[in-house]
Design a protein around this ligand. Structure first.
Ligand code: FAD
Ligand code: NAI
Length: 467
């Protein structure tokens, strides 16, 4: 009789590979399937998402730093220029190293790796359509097939002139003018990359604000800083169509509320209006797994309506973030193993890796107002933080929101250099149900940017000392 696995995971991204690792750790036999042509593990995140985007953000930030700020620091240099092929190559090296690292971890944890499209052909059976067809029998199936770019009708992505985030990671020539459609995380991160490298960047956004979901005061400050850096915004505008010539893209844009159409000419257009769950060719209909109108696999504690089939990561509800997919994976496998897996979705942090960074966890002011929760605010600007002043890097602030009665921290919002690292102090405190006073009375090393978090926490009770 052929082997029966405890778990077969479909998809090798942060959801899938972490599920396979945790399964191995808990002594469950596991197979994991990935259909990427390159046979590289790590999913969207490692191949065309988090990692390559951060590699370009890092390199382009160093370039801008050298170009704009070295002289003021007393560092003289000449002949500075961008070597785009090398910049793209070092990005690929980062991707290669990390995808190989995931393959090593899968082997270490005894996962059987299969290449090809996984199709659910029964409640306990997955067929791999690879070089050859293989049928895997299993007690449990975990769907971790991730997400794909949401298309924009009338603006067809060719990954050359009109690109999605994937094409935007590999534009071979710095565009003179890049138009970004959607002022969300991808648009502002990748828009920042190309602006720093010399592109004029125009961001067209449907809403009358950028980064919906981000605390409004923080988003406003963020937009102000991006504008100061040279990014242009057209808010409250919708793109109605695009046409291309050999070298240019012409975008038709009109006010979201209706009005006159204008044409914007660009060398490249980046379409980034969101992502949607990816379940094409997966065969969910073969076994009747329920999927919402918007394509989200419906789950209750990761279990679908078919008891042996589970789902995690971008293809289920919740934020589409790599660490959320990882958290889902651990909890789901622990539940399969009979343990008490759980994810606290209220405390999944978010970071936008622009310069400055934006980071937040918990509720924002608008959400607290809407829920009718009385809260106090403590806020501290980096302008008054000694390390930020020393480094001539004072944009941004830290804002702590705490329950007006109990002082329990309800949300923390930050904008500034390194806040993507600093947010975890807030996550930990909140995970333990901590109060603003807990942060305010915790010693913070001097001089660090983290002192701004302490000063903001002090501000909740009105005793900020350094501003
Ligand atoms: P995915 O990573 O999408 O992995 C799913 C995998 O399943 C894919 O490799 C796919 O090929 C495979 N697959 C699909 N169907 C099948 C099938 N039938 N058979 C076999 N294999 C299949 N998140 C962050 O937290 N931080 C960031 O900085 C960040 N930056 C990002 C930047 C960009 C440009 C993009 C696009 C995304 C970014 N994200 C970031 C989001 C992050 O990449 C996703 O949230 C994360 O990858 C989701 O993990 P997942 O395992 O659910 O799905
Ligand atoms: P997004 O949801 O962050 O932003 C999309 C933006 O497009 C929104 O502002 C929305 O109002 C706007 N929009 C929607 N339709 C539009 C239209 N027709 N015309 C103009 N604007 C329109 O989506 P994005 O940037 O594509 O990113 C997708 C997801 O990828 C993110 O939500 C996040 O989950 C993940 N991601 C995370 C990163 C991180 O954690 N640093 C980095 C990049 C992506």
């Amino acid at each position: 009789m052929s082997k029966e696995y405890d778990v077969v995971v479909i998809g090798g991204g942060p959801g899938g590979y972490n599920a396979a690792i945790r399964a191995g750790q808990l002594g469950l036999s596991c197979a994991v399937i990935e259909m990427r042509d390159t046979k590289k593990w790590g999913g969207t995140c490692l191949n065309v998402g988090c990692i390559p985007s951060k590699a370009l953000l890092h390199a382009s930030e160093l370039y801008e730093e050298a170009e704009k700020n070295f002289a003021g620091m007393g560092i003289k240099m000449s002949g500075l220029k961008v070597d785009l092929p090398q910049m793209l190559k070092q990005k690929e090296e980062a991707v290669d190293g990390l995808t190989k690292g995931v393959e090593f971890l899968l082997k270490k944890n005894k996962a059987d790796m299969f290449y090809g499209r996984g199709e659910v052909t029964g409640a306990t059976e997955v067929t791999v359509h690879g070089d050859k067809k293989q049928v895997l029998k299993t007690k449990n199936i975990v769907i971790a097939t991730g997400s794909e770019v949401t298309p924009l009708p009338g603006v067809d992505v060719d990954e050359k002139q009109i690109v999605s985030s994937t094409g935007a990671l590999d534009i071979p020539k710095i565009p003179k003018h890049l138009v970004v459609v959607g002022a969300g995380i991808i648009g502002l991160e990748l828009g920042s990359v190309w602006r720093r490298l010399g592109s004029k960047v125009t961001v067209v956004e449907y809403l009358d604000r950028i980064t919906p979901g981000v605390d409004a005061e923080t988003a406003k400050q963020f937009q102000r800083i991006l504008k100061k850096q040279g990014m242009e915004f057209k808010l409250g505008m919708k793109v109605t169509g695009a046409s291309t010539t050999k070298t240019k893209v012409k975008l038709s844009v009109e006010p979201a509320k209706g009005g006159e159409t204008e044409t914007i000419e660009a060398d490249n257009v980046l379409v980034c209006i969101g992502r949607r769950p990816y379940t094409a060719g997966l065969g969910l209909e073969n076994v009747g797994v329920k999927v919402s109108d918007r394509g989200v696999v419906e789950t209750d504690h990761f279990r679908t309506n078919v008891p042996s089939i589970w789902a995690i990561g971008d293809c289920i509800k919740g934020p589409m973030l790599a660490h959320k997919a990882e958290d889902d994976a651990v909890a789901c496998i622990e539940l399969i193993a009979g343990k008490a897996g759980h994810v606290n979705y209220d405390l999944v942090p978010s970071v936008i890796y622009s310069a400055p960074e934006v980071a937040w966890v918990g509720k924002n002011e608008e959400e607290l107002k809407e829920a009718g929760i009385a809260y106090k605010v403590g806020k501290f600007p980096f302008m008054a933080n000694s390390r930020a002043k020393t480094n001539h890097d004072t944009d941004g602030f830290v804002k702590v929101l705490a329950d007006a009665e109990t002082d329990k921290i309800l949300g923390v919002h930050m904008i500034g250099t390194n806040v993507g690292e600093m947010i975890h102090e807030a996550c930990m405190t909140m995970e333990f149900g901590g109060a603003s006073e807990d942060i305010a009375r915790t010693s913070h090393a001097h001089p660090t940017r983290s002192e701004a978090v302490r000063q903001a926490a002090m501000g909740v009770e009105g005793w900020t000392m350094q501003a």
